[in-house]
Ligand binder design. Structure first.
Ligand code: SF4
Length: 727
């Protein structure tokens, strides 16, 4: 007897609805797009279609592992938690504890609901995550301009007339910090309705090939290009901000240093193209600028993200239909509180890098482990992360992890990072877990909500939420029900808050009304009820019950202007020229006249890959999804290369197979990230090992305001194999 069930795909930011067929044993026999999902409307990609394979991967850990010397043995859950407790008790000073959170935490309920209490319980400021290897510049720019790091506008894809996209390749990634199932279809629709798509990228990606225009740009120079556009807007009298702002004059002054003619040699973009793009952007009926990973993981990542929003503001396109808009997620807290956003509230111990969003840069994690002194990291907890492959200069981190006194990993795999752990706690299968996209729906191009309850029983295994909650209790030394504590605290605050919808009501009565079979579900129910569409907030009827009754999800409407609700700056205005960023402009000016490196390295993404997560799923690896170095044929000829070449950087060298292609600029080479599984315990991944690009990247190079790692624009040299280079 088979069953048909529906759930959200948890494998990327597009949040597609899936329709699964399960056999009697709970095995997935087919995966299709859910045609009744109002947001994704049946769209699916090869990763989603492989969900069953991923979920039942025979290499997934089913039981905790405890290290004994160089060997591992399976253990019961109580024994494993006792080992963690004993390891933590050996730490005399909690400043020596660090936690690293991998990117999948943005895709799980456990990550959204239990990581914050866990970090608090650990009592350390040594928090690191994939955010500083990815999108921290976006958070910093939004925090400084709009007062909240999650106030990240997204292009109103379905209505815009003009989209300028930089460093993003949604035909492979399916979108990032812009939740849009069937991103390719939405871009095609933009063009069909007469809109114009311009893609700026050092590679002619599949997205660029779809566009009306592709502009090659030298890696790492987006901030110069964007300043050239801003300069042109002022010069041509095309500045029409639609909102009151602070700092317009400072931006005008800063932009004077970057006329198109001055930035053209550095960016490789002709001055006349820069001027034309600025005019097109300003005169389109509606327009949006959207920039993503290629622009974030660069030396001037935060300046680039800031200038993207400056352009959206200056052209009058921020917070209006067809422009760059803010989503209104169903679980958004009803009343926003807190101090204005700030960075650098504390610094990293060794390199003095600034805290951002409560985190320290992953680029300095190895320093903190290796460097003796008070607060030296000796205990590490990783949750769903593989920084040995994903952080800059991974081999150094690999060596540093060997120095730790104790390491715990919450992870389904024994991989390049977790192999260093003393205890590994595996979460259950995807289909045994409930799913709600707390984080990603805050960046959706249409307001939408959907909950997927667990499809299969846990069979005695703790849920990931229970694992993290238990670790929080171990770390805090407290006993009791974490969810009950969090729920009571939220209800207490809500009942004391004027205008919350439950002001003055009885906490016990409200608590008793919550539904849900688990603590995580009850917390979701509470957040939905108190949220902007919630039945308790007095503006809707949303609750967990309503989502369970609508398994395909609910459309909550097109994005609407809401800047007044979103802005949390002390001035109550958009801060167009934050001090930290204006100061960083000097750094940008200082590099303008420098001679660029002859060859630079960039990353790339493949539709069948997602960081290091999916290289153990047979149907997703191989073919075009292999670890090759893309290089322009002119460079192959100029350097006398064969089928393989040696790539050298300041940090290491790799021998790689070449993929000559004229889709990449001369002087630029591209290697995908997340590979390097030569010694992996994952059988499929070990058969397709590739090499880790992070053997070449440099952990000492960071974007100054955010501390984000630099993966794009890394200087390298290329030589034929067999040629010995004098050091
Ligand atoms: S695009 Fe993303 S969410 Fe949609 S099916 Fe593919 S992996 Fe899943």
């Amino acid at each position: 007897m088979t069953s048909t069930v529906h759930r959200t795909c948890p494998l990327c930011e597009a949040v597609c609805g899936l329709t699964l067929t399960l056999d009697e044993g709970g095995h997935v026999t087919s995966v299709r797009g859910d045609k009744e999902d109002p947001f994704s409307k049946g769209f699916i990609c090869p990763k989603g279609a492989s969900l069953g394979r991923l979920d039942e991967d025979p290499d997934r850990l089913r039981k905790p592992l405890i290290r004994e010397g160089e060997l591992w043995r399976e253990a019961g859950w109580e024994e494993a938690f006792a080992a963690v407790r004993a390891g933590l008790e050996r730490v005399a000073d909690r400043r020596s504890v660090a936690i690293y959170l991998g990117n999948p935490n943005a895709h799980t309920m456990a990550g959204a609901l239990y990581v914050a209490p866990l970090v608090k319980a650990l009592g350390t400021r040594n928090l690191y995550s994939a955010s500083t290897a990815d999108q921290m510049p976006k958070h910093v720019a939004s925090g400084l301009m709009f007062g909240h790091p999650l106030a990240i506008p997204v292009p109103d894809l379905d209505r815009t007339d003009y989209l300028l996209m930089l460093g993003a390749n949604p035909l492979e990634s399916n979108g990032s910090l812009c939740t849009a199932p069937d991103f390719p279809g939405r871009l095609k629709a933009l063009r069909r309705r007469g809109g114009r798509l311009v893609v700026v990228d050092p590679r002619r990606t599949r997205t660029a090939a779809l566009a009306d225009e592709h502009v090659f740009v030298r890696p790492g120079t987006d901030a110069y290009l964007l300043f050239g556009l801003v300069h042109t807007l002022f010069e041509a009298g095309l500045v029409t901000p639609s909102h009151a702002v602070n700092g317009l004059g400072q931006v005008r002054e800063a932009a004077k240093h970057f006329p198109p003619e001055a930035v053209s040699p550095r960016t490789g973009v002709p001055a006349e193209v820069i001027r034309r793009l600025a005019v097109e952007l300003a005169t389109a009926r509606t327009a949006a600028v959207y920039a993503r990973i290629g622009t974030c993981t660069a030396e001037f990542g935060t300046l680039a993200q800031w200038l993207v929003e400056v352009l959206n503001v200056l052209t009058g396109n921020l917070d209006r239909p067809g422009g760059a808009m803010f989503a209104k997620p169903a679980t958004e807290p009803g009343v926003r509180r807190g101090r204005p956003y700030a960075v650098g509230r504390w610094k990293s111990r060794v390199r003095g890098l600034p805290e951002t969003n409560g985190e320290l840069p992953v680029a300095t994690l190895a320093d903190e482990i290796e460097t003796p002194g008070e607060g030296q990291v000796t205990f590490l907890l990783t949750v769903a992360g593989n920084p040995v492959l994903s952080a800059p200069h991974g081999p150094r981190l690999d060596a540093a992890f060997r120095q730790l006194d104790f390491m715990v990993s919450v992870d389904p795999y024994l991989n390049e990072t977790t192999k260093h752990a003393d205890v590994i706690l595996p979460p259950p299968r995807v289909l045994q877990s409930g799913h709600y996209d707390f984080a990603l729906l805050g960046f959706a191009v249409r307001n939408y909500t959907r909950y997927s309850p667990p499809l299969l029983p846990l069979d005695g295994q703790p849920s990931e939420a229970e694992i993290l909650a238990r670790l929080a209790m171990i770390a805090s030394g407290l006993e009791g029900d974490l969810d009950a504590f969090v729920i009571d605290e939220m209800l207490r605050k809500a009942t004391e808050t004027p205008g919350s919808g439950v002001e003055g009501r009885d906490v016990a009565e409200l608590r008793a009304a919550l539904e849900g079979g688990t603590g995580a579900e009850r917390r979701l129910d509470l957040m939905l009820r108190l949220g902007p569409y919630g039945e308790w907030a007095g503006k809707g009827d949303l609750s967990l019950r309503k989502l369970l009754d609508n398994p395909h999800g609910l459309d909550l409407g097109a994005l609407e202007p809401r800047l007044d609700e979103v802005l949390r700056t002390a001035s109550g205005l958009i801060e167009l020229a934050p001090r930290e960023l204006i100061e960083d402009v000097e750094r940008l000016r200082g590099r303008l006249a420098e001679e660029p490196p002859e060859i630079v390295l960039v990353g790339r993404r493949h539709l069948r890959s997602n960081n290091s997560w999916m290289h153990n799923v047979g149907p997703l690896v191989g073919g075009s999804n292999t670890c090759t170095l893309q290089i322009n044929p002119a460079d192959v000829a100029r350097l006398g290369l064969g089928e393989h070449a040696v790539v050298r950087s300041a940090k290491g060298q790799l021998t790689v197979p070449l993929e000559p292609t004229d889709t990449i600029m001369p002087g630029v080479v591209s290697l995908p990230h997340g590979w390097g599984h030569a010694d992996s315990a994952q059988s499929v991944a070990a058969d397709h090992p590739g090499v880790s690009v992070n053997a070449l990247t440099d952990e000492t190079a960071v974007d100054v305001p955010s501390g984000n790692a630099v993966f794009n624009g890394v200087p390298v040299s290329i030589s034929p194999t067999g040629v010995i280079i004098a050091q």
